[in-house]
Design a protein around this ligand. Structure first.
Ligand code: G
Ligand code: G
Ligand code: MN
Ligand code: NA
Length: 255
């Protein structure tokens, strides 16, 4: 209850901010996208990460307002970067199950907002985790399809860690899958993880899905994954999550 009150106050007082982690095109090495990651600059407790407050926001329903804020802030920033530095740059935002389920008009509201910003809907990717549809929730699935129908892209986050990764690929026209970092961290030494990553990449490509490797921390991991044809990399090797200004400078330097 206390936390819920704090969350409401934090939203009203603009204590939330987005950090952006670069996503690099493996073949060219260029920063072609970023994932927006939510932070709460709490006046007493310092910077809080999503794991510390998203569950409470979901339970209370405040996730809808918070998610709308994330969407608007990320797209406003994206429009600025596309205008100033990188006309083809793209962003990913994370969307939680509860948010999709509860947001009555979100899809149309978001499309209107993109139009106001003169942003193409395919410049934005919505990242969902497998949990989203595990509920067997028809309404949530329908919302995802509506987002895709409107031209937004969908990424399946943390791929390989849930029960239903594969059936997901069958039921939804996924654009990207993000290999969970638990499959990447022991590359290239682990023979099992080499096999799993190669197989995931090959399977995705045959289904017309592009692949993002998460948690790439070393040059050797980058080289191995690039050699397997992985499309994009994200992780400390390319860059940590950073504030908007730092990412803007990076985009300008690469332009
Ligand atoms: O950056 P960090 O390691 O703290 O992120 C942890 C997790 O929080 C990520 O896996 C991500 O899925 C989730 N997350 C980050 N930003 C958001 C957001 O804006 N909304 C939701 N629902 N989840 C987020
Ligand atoms: O679940 P999701 O992929 O949305 O979470 C992204 C989270 O992973 C972010 O909180 C980010 O801080 C973290 N992260 C990003 N790159 C790396 C990395 O190279 N290594 C590790 N250990 N964590 C990372
Ligand atoms: Mn994510
Ligand atoms: Na992930």
């Amino acid at each position: 209850l206390q936390l819920l009150h704090e969350l409401e106050k934090g939203l009203a007082r603009e204590q939330f901010m987005l950090h952006y982690q670069p996503i690099v095109d493996m073949a060219s090495g260029r920063t072609v996208k970023a994932e927006a990651l939510l932070r709460w600059e709490h006046p007493l407790h310092g910077v809080l990460s999503p794991g510390e407050f998203i569950p409470a926001a979901e339970e209370s329903g405040l996730i809808v307002a918070l998610g709308d804020w994330v969407f608007r802030e990320a797209t406003r920033q994206l429009a600025e970067w596309r205008h100033l530095a990188a006309p083809a740059f793209e962003l990913s935002v994370n969307v939680s199950p509860r948010q999709l389920h509860a947001s009555e008009h979100a899809v149309q509201d978001w499309l209107d907002w993109l139009q106001q910003l003169a942003l193409r809907s395919d410049s934005l990717t919505v990242e969902i985790t497998e949990g989203v549809l595990l509920d067997g929730d028809q309404a949530t699935g329908a919302k995802m399809l509506a987002l895709q129908g409107a031209g937004l892209k969908v990424a399946l986050d943390d791929f390989g860690t849930g029960y239903s990764s594969l059936s997901y690929l069958k039921r939804f026209p996924i654009d990207f899958l993000k290999i969970d970092r638990s499959f990447v961290s022991k590359l290239p030494q682990s023979q099992e993880d080499r096999v799993l990553c190669s197989a995931i990449i090959a399977m995705a490509h045959q289904l017309g899905i592009e692949v993002v490797a998460e948690g790439v921390e070393t040059r050797e991991q980058h080289i191995f994954l690039r050699g397997q044809g992985c499309d994009y990399g994200q992780g400390y090797w390319y860059g940590r999550p950073m504030n908007a200004r730092s990412l803007g400078e990076r985009l300008q330097a690469e332009a």
